[in-house]
Design a protein. Structure first.
Length: 62
């Protein structure tokens, strides 16, 4: 059985960057940990929906 991280690398072994939704941080935490163990050179980019509370700051307009 494949995890999401294993599936990504099995389908795209030459990947250089992976974009992962932030949500509650479980997915990005698990995927990035496993991916970095396999290949520390792969860049992980956190992606969040516009208007979400994850990266919200008072000094930033939504």
């Amino acid at each position: 059985m494949f995890s999401l991280a294993e599936e990504i690398l099995s389908q795209y072994p030459q990947t250089e960057t992976i974009y992962i939704p932030v949500s509650t941080c479980g997915t990005i935490s698990g995927v990035s940990t496993w991916i970095k163990k396999q290949n520390p050179q792969i860049e992980i980019i956190a992606v969040d929906s516009y208007g979400s509370q994850i990266f919200w700051r008072e000094d930033c307009q939504k």
